[in-house]
Write a protein that binds this ligand. Structure first.
Ligand SMILES: NC(=O)c1ccc[n+]([C@@H]2O[C@H](COP(=O)([O-])OP(=O)(O)OC[C@H]3O[C@@H](n4cnc5c(N)ncnc54)[C@H](OP(=O)(O)O)[C@@H]3O)[C@@H](O)[C@H]2O)c1
Length: 388
């Protein structure tokens, strides 16, 4: 009999892609949805419709998905003892992709969802008579505030501190996973993606991705700081100037979310070693920070300059944006994520297409009057700006 899979976070930016792929090999799945956060089946169905999934597959969703309402932040995921045990005994593989990715969240709030939530998921796995395999979605950013050098897949320490409470909470969740695996002698797969992106245009019914969240913060900031509206497409000199602390050689590891999900599902299909297997799911080439900033400042529109030290005194706009330290810290990062383990298992197929400006623009630009065309010549295969 095929192993039954349950998945947390299936309504999320990554979880929706994982769910879509898992349906290729599993007749039915259990979705551990976020209780009180809207109709999960409807949200999943809308994702399938908006992203062009075959109509027959979309129509089958109600019969192929069992939705169980859960809350990571509550004991036993908010279920009664009986419901928790009954659920546990149906699960053969447990994907844990739910979490809070709020880079500006405070530690107690992030711990509740990311650390205590992971504890509840591990308890579900421990309670099951089927001894389910656990697949834990972490982040490459458990590497913390080490800004240079190389982060390796077998590393997990707090030596360099963390840029924000999100990173710390994900690090603590990985510590829990390791301890649980040792205590219960159970294999766990830990997947550490970098920053996930898409070229699918923003849509109110699709989950936002981290760069889109940043774009929205930057776009709203001038108005909040009292600047008159600046039209798109003007010269740089005509836009509000923002000095942000960062390094001119900063770089970001951005990976297409569909590719990340594919690599994850393929890694999950490998025979586990028996302990904790950890993989960096990252792009082989980083994107220079100034390329990303160049897109964001055209969309905001702003004129962003990287400087060595915080402006003193800051303008109202700079003070406002300086209040997002968990986010702006990445403008100083020049480290690389090593993914030798993934490459040695999956070979050249682990390498994804380049993430260029046209790709990023497509996934960021609002569908609004006057928004300029993407910078540079359209990349081969780039989606039309008019697609949902
Ligand atoms: N996105 C990235 O670039 C990125 C990069 C590295 C690692 N990751 C990791 O990948 C995982 C998925 O991220 P994502 O981008 O899919 O995030 P997302 O779009 O914010 O989705 C988060 C998911 O978690 C669910 N969730 C949140 N709080 C919950 C709670 N208290 N109880 C139950 N479910 C809850 C959400 O349900 P609702 O939508 O209903 O609230 C949603 O399905 C996370 O563990 C994240 O740390 C993401």
């Amino acid at each position: 009999m095929a192993v039954h899979v349950a998945l947390t976070g299936a309504t999320g930016f990554l979880g929706l892609r994982l769910l879509r792929l898992l349906l290729d090999t599993h007749r039915s799945l259990t979705v551990l949805a976020h209780a009180g956060s809207g109709d999960a089946l409807h949200r999943i169905t809308r994702f399938f419709e908006l992203t062009g999934a075959p109509a027959a597959l979309t129509a089958e969703l109600p019969s192929r998905l069992r939705v169980v309402e859960t809350d990571l932040a509550r004991p036993r995921l908010g279920l009664t003892e009986r419901a928790f045990q009954e659920l546990a005994d149906t699960v053969g593989t447990l994907w844990h992709s739910a979490g809070s990715i709020n880079l500006e969240g405070d530690l107690p709030e992030l711990r509740r969802t990311n650390v205590e939530g992971t504890r509840q998921v591990l308890e579900l796995a421990a309670a099951s008579r089927l001894r389910p395999r656990v697949i834990h979605v972490s982040t490459a950013f458990v590497a913390g505030a080490r800004r240079e050098g190389v982060a390796y897949e077998d590393e997990l320490d707090a030596d360099d501190g963390f840029e924000n409470a999100y990173e710390r909470s994900k690090y603590e969740a990985e510590l829990l996973v390791r301890a649980w695996s040792g205590q219960h002698r159970r294999p766990v797969l830990v997947l550490r993606p970098s920053i996930l992106v898409t070229d699918r245009p923003p849509h109110p019914e699709l989950p936002a991705h981290p760069l889109l969240v940043v774009e929205r913060i930057l776009r709203d900031a001038p108005r909040a700081a009292g600047h008159p509206p600046v039209p798109y497409g003007g010269t740089r000199a005509g836009r509000p100037r923002v000095r942000l602390v960062g390094h001119p050689a900063c770089r970001l590891n951005l990976l297409q979310v569909e590719h990340a999900a594919e690599v994850m599902v393929r890694l999950a299909a490998r025979t586990p070693s028996g302990g904790v297997d950890t993989y960096h799911v990252v792009h082989d080439r980083d994107v220079p920070g100034p390329v990303v900033l160049g897109l964001l400042e055209r969309l905001a529109p702003l004129a962003i300059d990287l400087v060595d030290a915080a402006p003193d005194p800051p303008t109202a706009l700079e003070a406002l944006l300086g209040s997002y330290p968990g986010m702006t810290a990445y403008l100083s990062h020049r480290r690389r994520f090593d993914d030798t383990r993934v490459r040695s298992l999956l070979g050249a197929s682990a390498v994804s297409a380049p993430v260029g400006p046209a790709y990023l623009w497509s996934g960021l630009a609002p569908r609004a009057e006057g928004v300029p065309a993407p910078p540079g010549p359209p990349a081969a295969g780039a989606r039309s700006a008019l697609r949902p």
